[in-house]
Design a protein around this ligand. Structure first.
Ligand code: CTP
Ligand code: ZN
Length: 163
């Protein structure tokens, strides 16, 4: 089975693999990474079988290095993905992203009256920690909420808009 899967999605030589993406978040990540304008080989897959998620998406990008801002944006949209760095066909680094506690200059506030939509200031959101977080840190289903520092509007994880 897994051999057949590898025939469908080939290994990459050098670059990054974003793995364990919830399928419905794949194209949003394609967009925030501006992959439409990227000229190296890219593989995008959704609805792939996954033992932990049921179904998952994968994005493989040859020759790509992710900048901190890109990693932060990915962690906002899909906090539980795995980032694999590939060199000469080997996984040389594997990391899980962490949710940001403070989000500066990345998210839009959807309150039209918010000062951040009128003045030239960076948006700022504080993540609201759930009580259950301490009990079960690895709960993949857990969703966060983010509160605007300026107007206190609360944005749900699934409603986040990247600037
Ligand atoms: N991968 C790739 N090209 C390579 C090496 C790995 O595209 N040269 C991909 C694999 O297909 C997989 C991901 O990178 O989607 C991580 O590879 P690996 O750690 O070998 O797989 P798993 O052990 O299944 O990863 P995990 O434990 O994170 O699920
Ligand atoms: Zn606001």
């Amino acid at each position: 089975m897994s051999e057949r899967r590898e025939l469908l999605i080939r290994a990459i030589k050098h670059g990054i693999v974003i793995d364990h993406i919830p399928s419905e978040k794949v194209f949003a990540i394609v967009e925030i990474l501006k992959l439409k304008e990227y000229s190296e080989r890219i593989t995008v897959a959704t609805n792939m079988p996954s033992s932990s998620l049921g179904r998952k998406g994968i994005i493989k990008i040859e020759e790509k290095i992710l900048e901190e801002k890109e990693l932060n944006n990915i962690s906002l949209l899909a906090p539980n993905v795995t980032i694999n760095i590939i060199d000469n066909y080997e996984v040389v680094e594997k990391s899980k992203l962490e949710k940001l506690d403070k989000v500066i200059g990345l998210m839009k506030c959807d309150n039209p009256k918010c000062i951040s939509n009128h003045e030239n200031i960076e948006t700022k959101f504080i993540r609201i920690k759930e009580d259950s977080e301490n009990l079960d840190k690895n709960n993949l289903e857990e969703k966060s909420k983010y509160k605007c520092f300026y107007c206190e509007k609360v944005i749900l994880e699934d409603e986040i808009q990247i600037q």
